[in-house]
Design a binder for this molecule. Structure first.
Ligand SMILES: Cc1ncc(COP(=O)(O)O)c(C=O)c1O
Length: 409
């Protein structure tokens, strides 16, 4: 029996509160999603009963903590259909996952004259590490532009792929426009040219298909906190063949096999990439989040979230003087807009007065804002516990702010 989506909201205790005397309407899910009770309980249970360092001790708590941590790795491997659990490396988040690849893959495979391709739609996390790698190595940093609808220009992408290209780094869903990029096609095109692909799945893994083998992604990165799990834990999936050939990123305890004065050898995967005491509880909480999410029927969830997004787009487009950014064929869970005459920052602060949480600004995508010729947007972003009533509250809030500004002018 799958869980009904209408029952989801009650599972998130934080949603049941007043903010500035109004019921909280949480629409900042692309920044971070709220956590269901089961995730919070899993963390409390870990600290109340099992807390210990892992892979080191031989006492009961150390064994329990290690087993729970490694069981979480298997849950996550199963969720994204990795072939092996050791292809899952725990990190602090998407940012660290991408930095790991930019450093380690860069050390092993990128040299002067090579090229790295990213897109203009990337979050700075999937842009700056590659920019810096190219600077370090004397490689060329190439950026695929997007068009007025917020879609990547695949013709330009194809023309950029060459024997010099070492890697393509692209998001599945843009965090500022919500564009769903044709990730399978991009991977296929890159692979035809013999080029591996890193997928930034920070905004897609919680909403869309996430089968890394079906996608044939070489690397796949996401953050626990955007998929209803805790902050401080992220995932890097890498195909075994790449991870084996890449040198470690951080070094220290646990990532080694043997250490002498003149030689250091490394541990097996994934531990080669997990130096030092990790966030033991983070993966346990993330596995609890995945156990929560997989109770829902994925097709039903997708339909629900699509319906909610379309409802939002329809209502927002009826508001006078409101511009919605991008018009991609496929959009996921992001409503980016501005209202004429009202700064995005002011709109965010005033909506908060009505208990409505949105994000404002550049959303760590300055190249997107520059291409649109704006300083930022208001971004409402959706999660499975949002409802049509939340969208209605947003729309009413925007109209109230508009009235306030009209009275002042
Ligand atoms: C598309 C995308 N990539 C990467 C990141 C960075 O994630 P984190 O800050 O959890 O490392 C974000 C965060 O908003 C994002 O939306």
């Amino acid at each position: 029996m799958t869980k009904s989506i209408s029952s989801a909201r009650a599972d998130f205790p934080i949603l049941n509160q007043l903010v500035n005397d109004h019921p909280l309407v949480y629409l900042d899910n692309a920044a971070t999603a709220q956590k269901p009770r089961s995730v919070i309980d899993s963390l409390v249970h870990y600290y109340e009963f099992d807390n210990a360092n892992i892979h080191r001790g031989n006492h009961t708590l150390a064994i329990r903590a290690t087993e729970a941590h490694e069981a979480a790795r298997s849950t996550i491997a199963g969720f994204i259909n990795a072939q092996y659990a050791h292809e899952i490396v725990f990190t602090r988040g998407t940012t660290e996952s991408i930095n790991l690849v930019a450093y380690s893959f860069g050390e092993a495979f990128v040299k002067a004259g090579d090229e790295i391709i990213v897109t203009e739609l990337e979050h700075h996390s999937n842009y700056v590490p590659w920019f810096l790698l190219c600077k370090r190595k004397g490689a060329t940093f190439r950026v695929v532009p997007f068009d007025q609808d917020g879609e990547l220009d695949l013709e330009v992408f194809k023309s950029m792929l060459s024997e010099k290209t070492r890697l393509v780094a692209v998001n599945h869903v843009s965090n500022s426009l919500g564009t769903v990029n044709p990730i399978s096609e991009i991977i296929q095109l890159a692979h035809q040219a013999g080029v591996p692909v890193l997928v930034d799945a920070a905004q897609s893994v919680q909403h869309l298909d996430h089968d890394v083998q079906a996608l044939d992604a070489d690397f796949y990165a996401f953050s626990g906190h955007k998929i209803y799990g805790p902050t401080g834990v992220g995932v890097l999936y890498g195909k075994e063949k790449w991870l084996e050939e890449m040198p470690p990123f951080l070094s220290g305890g646990e990532m080694i096999e043997n250490v002498t004065c003149d030689k250091v050898t490394f541990n097996t995967l994934p531990f080669k990439f997990e130096a030092g005491t990790p966030d033991v509880s983070g993966p346990i909480g993330l596995a609890a989040a995945i156990d929560y999410l997989i109770q829902f029927d994925p097709a039903e969830l997708k339909d629900y979230e699509t319906d909610l997004l379309n409802y939002g787009l329809e209502l927002l487009s009826d508001i006078p003087d409101l511009t919605i950014y991008g018009n991609p064929k496929h959009r996921s869970s992001i409503l980016p807009f501005n209202v004429a005459g009202i700064q995005h920052y002011d709109m965010g602060v005033l909506l908060d007065n009505y208990g409505i949480a949105v994000r404002t600004g550049q959303h760590c995508t300055q190249p997107v804002m520059d291409a649109l010729g704006i300083t930022g947007t208001v971004r409402a972003s959706l999660a499975l516990y949002n409802t049509r009533e939340d969208i209605d509250a947003l729309v009413n809030g925007i109209k109230r702010v508009q009235r306030l500004f009209r009275r002042k002018s």
